[in-house]
Write a protein that binds this ligand. Structure first.
Ligand SMILES: N[C@@H](CCC(=O)N[C@@H](CS)C(=O)NCC(=O)O)C(=O)O
Length: 204
């Protein structure tokens, strides 16, 4: 039995929940919001962060790694191709999401959505928002290029990890450019029950 630890508001936890839906994989989800749960997470992930996946004796953390593991475990080569180049095209966008894109949005999101007292510098909020918009514009151009999904004609893990990011971007109160290819792609994602349940589910 698989168990996933992590609060359902976390984009990183929701990636895994959406993927489990795509894989028709049963998973026990523990939100870890009770007293003492933080210690239980830290005991399994030295970073103290979620998601954490437990598969029998095995414990894994890092959301994109968990997604790669589950897709490979279920031999879903449509989501994570075996061909080295096709796989790299999926992974480059997953890595871009985890590094460049995540670094860009954090300050603006913490300020505008979480109302964090540690993120009140208006110049930094503006800079974060501008960088976030710049990178989403770059993703829009990629979607114009593929005409379908992030890594090409087919739906892959890259669409799951970036679908969550796009939902967050669209739900954060800030100035955004019109990006029609992203809108069209999100409409394609909305046809998938897993996206509706865990991605565009009203939570930024
Ligand atoms: N790079 C990590 C980031 C994990 C992360 O930042 N998780 C957040 C939730 S999205 C977290 O655990 N925050 C602390 C908390 O919820 O207590 C991943 O992709 O799994």
């Amino acid at each position: 039995m698989l168990t996933l630890l992590g609060k359902p508001t976390s984009v990183n936890v929701r990636k895994v929940l959406w993927l489990c839906d795509e894989l028709a994989l049963e998973i026990a989800h523990r939100p870890m919001d009770a007293p003492g749960d933080a210690q239980a997470v830290r005991a399994r992930n030295p970073n103290g962060l979620v998601p954490v996946l437990i598969d029998g004796e095995a414990v894994l953390w890092e959301s994109n790694t968990i997604c790669r593991y589950l897709a490979a475990r279920q031999q879903r080569h449509d989501l994570l191709p075996v061909d080295p180049l096709a796989r790299a095209r999926v992974e480059q966008w997953m890595d871009w999401q985890a590094t460049d894109l995540n670094s860009a949005w954090r300050y603006a999101f913490m300020a505008r959505v979480r109302g964090s007292a540690a993120h009140t510098d208006e110049a930094l909020i503006a800079a974060s928002g501008a960088d976030w918009n710049r990178l989403m514009t770059l993703l829009d151009a990629q979607l114009v290029h593929t005409g379908a999904f992030v890594a090409g004609a087919d739906f892959t893990l890259a669409d799951i990890v970036l679908g969550l990011s796009a939902n967050r971007w669209r739900m954060t109160p800030m100035t955004r450019p019109d990006l029609p290819a992203i809108d069209a792609w999100v409409a394609r994602l909305e046809t998938r029950p897993g996206y509706r349940a865990h991605g565009g589910n009203g939570i930024p």
